[in-house]
Every structure is written in C-alpha cells, then in structure tokens.
Design a protein. Structure first.
Length: 117
C-alpha cells in the first residue's frame, strides 16, 4: 500500500487502517489483501467522506470481499461485536479493517476475538 496509509497489524492476517478511499482499494488488492471491513458510519466525517457504497464498488471491482459494519468510536454494542465475530469467521485473510483512525476497528476486533477465547 502507499506510504500515506499507516497499517497497524492487530492479529495474524488482520490489519487496521485509518479512513480509506475508493482509490485505495486497488492498492490494497496489490498489497495482497483479500477483504476489507469498513467500520466507519457513512457521513461521520461530513460530505467529503466516501460512502460505503463507493468503497464497496471499488473493492469489488478489484476482487476484494467487502463488509460494512459501522460502529461508533466510544461504544460497540454486544450485537455489533457478535456481528464482527461472525464476519471474522467468513472473510478471507489478509483482512484490512478501517475507521477514522484505526482505533475503533482495533477495539472491535479485540472484543470480537475475545468471544471465541
């Protein structure tokens, strides 16, 4: 991926990143990622933030699996954590999760992974 995107490894085959754009999907595929999980609600960052539909279309165009699981920064519900756990069982690896900064994706992953612990 480009030097402008900071990838944070959070588990084997799972990485977190800050906000990604539709243009970043080709770079993610070239970097070897197989799936994208978007955890940022549409319009959270205002009208300049790309929508999930735009990112999904770009991801699918380059052969990436795509999941949209929007969560708030300060709280992820038990239902959202369970949804994430289910997605983690089905999405191919390596997986790139993203939100505004990568922090909520990391938190969501850790909580979802603890359900199987």
């Amino acid at each position: 991926m480009s030097n402008q995107v900071t990838l944070q490894p959070i588990a084997e085959g799972v990485y977190a990143a800050p906000q990604l754009t539709p243009d970043a999907m080709a770079a993610a595929a070239e970097a070897g990622f197989k799936a994208i999980m978007n955890n940022r609600p549409d319009m959270e960052g205002g009208p300049d933030q790309p929508t999930s539909a735009q990112i999904e279309a770009a991801a699918q165009a380059v052969g990436l699996s795509y999941a949209y699981l929007p969560v708030q920064g300060g709280y992820q519900s038990p239902e959202q954590i369970a949804q994430c756990a289910a997605l983690l069982k089905t999405l191919p690896r390596p997986l790139l999760m993203f939100c505004r900064s990568g922090a909520r994706s990391t938190s969501l992953y850790m909580q979802a992974a603890s359900l199987d612990a």
